[in-house]
Design a protein around this ligand. Structure first.
Ligand SMILES: *Cc1c(COP(=O)(O)O)cnc(C)c1O
Length: 220
C-alpha cells in the first residue's frame, strides 16, 4: 500500500532524514503506515492535530513540528517535539527557550528562513536574523539547541529558480555555521525539500526532507 515510500526511501541517500508529513491524514492511515513500513519519523504542522496524533499513536514515534508555531502553544508542543522546524521570530525563539527552561527540557529547533519569492511564507530574512544576533539573541539562550535552518522554495516549475533558492538557504546555513556555530555539535541540519522539489533539495545539500503528498496523496 505504501510503495511510494519504499521507492522514495531507496532513491535518497541514507544520510538524508525523511519526515513523513501526516497533516490532514486520518489516524487510521497514519497508523497503518507506521505498522506496515516501520517508519518512525513523522511531521505535523498544526498544534491541535499534532497533539491528537502524539496522544493516539505509538510512543516511539519521533515527532517533528513543521508549521508556524504560535507562542501560546509552545509549552504544549515542546515535550513531544523532537525538532521544531519553523522558528521564524526572535520572540518565538525566546518563548521556546523560556518554556523549555520551565519544563526542564532542552529543545531542538531550526531557524526558518524566507527564501521563496511569494510573500506569504513565514521566516527570517538574513538581515533580520543578523539584527537580532547583533542585539544579543544567541547569548541569552540556555534551553534550546539550534540545530540548523529550514526553508520552503517557491511553488514554481522553474527548476533554476527553485535550485537557486535552495542554494541561497545552504549559503545562509554555511555562513551561520562558520560565524556562530563552528563549535556546535548540534548545528548540522538543513531542512529543505517537499514532494515537488525534494530531488533538487537533496542535490543542493538537504539533510532533512519533509514529504506528505508523495506518500499519502493529495490533501483534502
Ligand atoms: C505540508 C508541508 C510539507 C509537505 O508538503 P508536500 O508537498 O505534501 O510534500 C512540508 N513542509 C511543510 C512546512 C509543510 O507544511
Amino acid at each position: 500500500m505504501f510503495d511510494e515510500y519504499y521507492r522514495l526511501r531507496d532513491s535518497i541517500p541514507s544520510t538524508v532524514k525523511l519526515v513523513a508529513v501526516t497533516k490532514f491524514k486520518p489516524l487510521e492511515l497514519v497508523s497503518s503506515f507506521y505498522a506496515e513500513t516501520g517508519h518512525k519519523v513523522l511531521g505535523e504542522n498544526r498544534a491541535q492535530e499534532f497533539l491528537t496524533k502524539v496522544e493516539a499513536l505509538p510512543k516511539d514515534i519521533e515527532w517533528h513540528f513543521i508549521g508556524h508555531l504560535q507562542t501560546n502553544k509552545v509549552k504544549l508542543i515542546l515535550p513531544h517535539a523532537h525538532l521544531i522546524h519553523g522558528v521564524d521570530s526572535a520572540r518565538l525563539l525566546r518563548e521556546i527557550d523560556h518554556s523549555a527552561g520551565l519544563l526542564g527540557l532542552k529543545s531542538n529547533v531550526l531557524l526558518q528562513f524566507h527564501i521563496a519569492e511569494e510573500s506569504t511564507k513565514f521566516g527570517f530574512s538574513k538581515e533580520e536574523l543578523q539584527k537580532e544576533i547583533d542585539s544579543g539573541l544567541l547569548k541569552d539562550l540556555r534551553h534550546v539547541n539550534i540545530c540548523g535552518v529550514m526553508g520552503m522554495a517557491s511553488f514554481v516549475d522553474d527548476e533554476r529558480q527553485v535550485r537557486s533558492e535552495f542554494r541561497h538557504l545552504k549559503n545562509i546555513f554555511d555562513n551561520l555555521k562558520s560565524a556562530y556555530f563552528s563549535d556546535s555539535v548540534h548545528f548540522k541540519e538543513l531542512s529543505m525539500g517537499m514532494s515537488g522539489d525534494y530531488q533538487l533539495a537533496v542535490e543542493e545539500g538537504s539533510t532533512i526532507i519533509r514529504i506528505g503528498t508523495l506518500l499519502f496523496g493529495e490533501r483534502a
